[in-house]
Design a protein around this ligand. Structure first.
Ligand code: G1P
Ligand code: ZN
Length: 559
C-alpha cells in the first residue's frame, strides 16, 4: 500500500494558459515543483469532481512527455483520482485525447504538447487541460487554474507508485484505502476505429488504388516526426493499402528530428518540394500533436486553410458521418477569410465567427449548432471531437476527391467560379521583443479609435482603401453568453477587404505578431494572393508601423 505525501511549494509567476494551454521552454518546466504546481492547480480547479474520477493522459511524444506522464500518475493518485487512461509510452494525438474523453465519458484529460512548437531540451513543452466534452478548457476554467497557481502552497503526491507505461494493460494500486488504476491503452486503436465509422474507407482505398480512373492516385503524407506517425501508419498503410513511399517521417521523435513541426509552406517545405518534384496527386502534413493540417495538390498546388474549410463545407454530403448527423452550422475564427460564409449563405446554414482558438467552437458543437469549423492557422475539424483534427481533414479531402473524381486544383477552380475567391495571406513575425510589440498594438488601437480614422483613405500600388469599421474584436458566446474581449485589431474597408493584427498567445518567449490580410474578388479568381494583396499589405504596414516597432522588414513565415 502506498501513501500520499503532501509537499509544500511556492507559486511560480506566469502559469497562465495561453491560446491553447501552458507553453514554456522545457527548462522552465524543469524548475523544482514548476510542473507539479501546475498539475495540482489543474486538479484543484476540478476539486468538486476529482475524487473517484477518470482522466485521459497523453502527449505528442516530445521531450519530457514521459517524465510528466509519470508525475501526473503520482499526483493524480495523491488527489483521489480513481483511474487514468494513458496512451502507450505516453503517446496520444490531441484529437485522439478528445475522442477518448468523449468515448469513455471521463472527467477530462491532460494533453502534453506544445503543438507545432519545436521540441527537445532547448525547446518547448506544454500542458493543457481538456474538459468532459473533450475540448480545451474554456476561459473561466483556465483563469481558475491560473488563479490557483498563484496561491498554491502544497501538492499531493504518491511517490511510491511505480508505473511503467510501456506495455498495454491494467495496473492496480492501493493508495491508503482507495483503489487507483492506470490503464495503458493502445495509442491509435480507438481513434482509427472512429475514423472508419466516420469515413467510407473502402471508397478512399479504391481512390488510392486507381479506382474508376484505373490510375493510382498517389498521396504523400508527412507526419513531420510528430505524434501522427503511428496513426498514419495504421490508417494509410494498414487500412488504406498505401505503401512506405506514400508516407514520410512517421516515427515520433522527442525533438521532431530538429524539424519545426508546423505544417505550413515554410516549415513543411520538404513536403512541398517532394510533391512538386514527384508524381503525387495529393500531399498532407500534420503538426507535432496532430491537430493541424496542410493540404496540397499535384505540383504542390496550395489550398489555404480558409479555402479548405469552404470546400469541405460545400461537400460534406460525401462523408458518411454527416449523412447520419446532417449538417448543422459552420464556424470560423475571426482572422480566417470568409470563404466558408458564402457556402453557409448558399446552403442556408448558421454561420459563426469566434475568437482565435479552438476552445470557442466547443459550446456551439455541444449545443448542436455546429458541424464544421476551421481556422486559417491550418486547423480544420468537425463535431466528431472537440479539437481540430489533422488526419480527419486529410481523410475528409480524400473523401471529396474520391466522390468527385476531380483533382485538388479542379475542385478549387470550380469552387472559386461558383462562390468567388477570398484572397488571404498571413504574415508572422516570430519572437520579436515584447515591449515594442505591445506598444505597437496600443498605439494602433489608439489610432483606430481616434476621430476621423473611420472614413480615412489609405493608398498603395494605385489602390485606395477607405476605412469602414475599426475595432478590437470581442465575442459573446451565443450559448452561455460569456464574453471574450480584445481578440484582435480589425480594420475593415469599404470594399470588404480586411486587415487584422494580433499578438500570438501560443509562443513560449518574446512576442509573435500576426498580420492577416484578406480581400474578396467575385470573378478575378485565378491570380496570385501575394500579388493581389500587395497594396493592402503595404497599407497595413503603413498604418501599424510594424516594421518600426518590430525592427523586422520581413516576416518569418508567409502563408
Ligand atoms: C495559434 C493560431 C490559432 C490556434 C492556436 C492553437 O494561436 O493562430 O488559430 O488555435 O495557435 O493551435 P496564436 O499563436 O495565434 O495565439
Ligand atoms: Zn497542434
Amino acid at each position: 500500500m502506498a501513501s500520499v505525501v503532501t509537499v509544500s511549494t511556492k507559486p511560480y509567476e506566469g502559469q497562465k494558459p495561453g491560446t491553447s494551454g501552458l507553453r514554456k521552454k522545457v527548462k522552465v518546466f524543469l524548475q523544482e515543483n514548476y510542473t507539479e504546481n501546475f498539475i495540482q492547480s489543474i486538479l484543484d480547479a476540478n476539486k468538486d469532481s476529482i475524487v473517484g474520477s477518470t482522466l485521459v493522459v497523453g502527449g505528442d511524444g516530445r521531450y519530457l512527455v514521459k517524465e510528466v506522464v509519470d508525475k501526473i500518475i503520482k499526483i493524480a493518485a495523491g488527489n483521489g483520482v480513481a483511474k487514468l487512461l494513458v496512451g502507450q509510452n505516453g503517446i496520444l494525438s490531441t484529437p485522439a485525447v478528445s475522442h477518448l474523453i468523449r468515448k469513455y465519458k471521463t472527467l477530462g484529460g491532460i494533453v502534453l504538447t506544445a503543438s507545432h512548437n519545436p521540441g527537445g531540451i532547448n525547446n518547448d513543452f506544454g500542458i493543457k487541460f481538456n474538459c468532459s466534452n473533450g475540448g480545451p478548457a474554456p476561459d473561466n476554467t483556465t483563469n481558475e487554474i491560473y488563479k490557483l497557481s498563484t496561491a498554491i502552497s502544497e501538492y499531493k503526491i504518491v511517490p511510491d507508485i511505480q508505473c511503467s507505461v510501456e506495455k498495454i494493460g491494467v495496473q492496480k494500486f492501493k493508495v491508503g484505502d482507495r483503489d487507483f488504476v492506470v490503464e495503458v491503452i493502445d495509442s491509435v486503436k480507438d481513434y482509427v476505429d472512429y475514423m472508419k465509422e466516420i469515413f467510407d474507407f473502402p471508397k478512399i482505398k479504391s481512390l488510392l488504388q486507381g479506382g474508376e480512373k484505373n490510375k493510382p492516385f498517389n498521396v504523400l503524407i508527412d507526419s513531420m516526426n510528430g505524434v501522427t506517425g503511428p496513426y498514419v501508419k495504421a490508417i494509410f498503410i494498414d487500412e488504406l493499402g498505401a505503401s512506405e513511399e506514400n508516407v514520410r517521417r512517421i516515427v515520433p521523435l522527442e525533438d521532431f528530428g530538429g524539424a519545426h513541426p508546423d505544417p505550413n509552406l515554410t516549415y513543411a517545405a520538404d513536403l512541398v518540394n517532394a510533391v512538386k518534384n514527384g508524381d503525387y496527386d495529393f500531399g498532407a502534413a500534420f503538426d507535432g500533436d496532430g491537430d493541424r493540417n496542410m493540404i496540397i495538390g499535384r505540383d504542390a498546388f496550395f489550398v489555404t486553410p480558409s479555402d479548405s474549410l469552404a470546400v469541405l463545407a460545400n461537400h460534406l454530403q460525401h462523408i458518411p458521418y454527416f449523412q447520419k448527423t446532417g449538417v448543422k452550422g459552420f464556424a470560423r475564427s475571426m482572422p480566417t477569410a470568409a470563404a466558408v460564409d458564402r457556402v453557409a449563405a448558399a446552403a442556408g446554414k448558421e454561420m459563426f465567427q469566434v475568437p482565435t482558438g479552438w476552445k470557442y467552437f466547443g459550446n456551439l458543437m455541444d449545443a448542436g449548432r455546429l458541424s464544421l469549423c476551421g481556422e486559417e492557422s491550418f486547423g480544420t475539424g468537425s463535431d466528431h471531437v472537440r479539437e481540430k483534427d489533422g488526419l480527419w481533414a486529410a481523410l475528409a479531402w480524400l473523401s471529396v476527391l474520391a466522390a468527385t473524381q476531380l483533382s485538388v486544383q479542379e475542385i478549387l477552380s470550380q469552387h472559386w467560379k461558383q462562390f468567388g475567391r477570398n484572397y488571404f495571406t498571413r504574415y508572422d513575425y516570430e519572437e520579436c521583443p515584447s515591449d515594442p510589440c505591445n506598444e505597437m498594438m496600443q498605439e494602433l488601437e489608439k489610432k483606430m479609435g481616434s476621430s476621423g480614422f473611420v472614413g480615412s483613405s489609405h493608398s498603395s500600388g494605385g489602390k485606395t482603401y477607405v476605412v469602414a469599421v475599426a475595432d478590437n474584436f470581442s465575442y459573446i458566446d451565443p450559448v452561455d453568453q460569456s464574453v471574450a474581449m480584445k481578440q484582435g485589431l480589425r480594420i475593415v474597408f469599404e470594399d470588404g477587404s480586411r486587415i487584422v493584427l494580433r499578438l500570438s498567445g501560443t509562443g513560449s518567449s518574446g512576442a509573435t505578431v500576426r498580420l492577416y490580410i484578406d480581400s474578396y474578388e467575385a470573378s478575378d479568381v485565378l491570380g496570385s494572393a501575394q500579388e493581389k494583396l500587395a497594396p493592402l499589405i503595404d497599407v497595413a504596414l503603413q498604418i501599424s508601423q510594424l516594421q518600426k516597432y518590430t525592427g523586422r522588414d520581413q516576416p518569418t513565415v508567409i502563408t
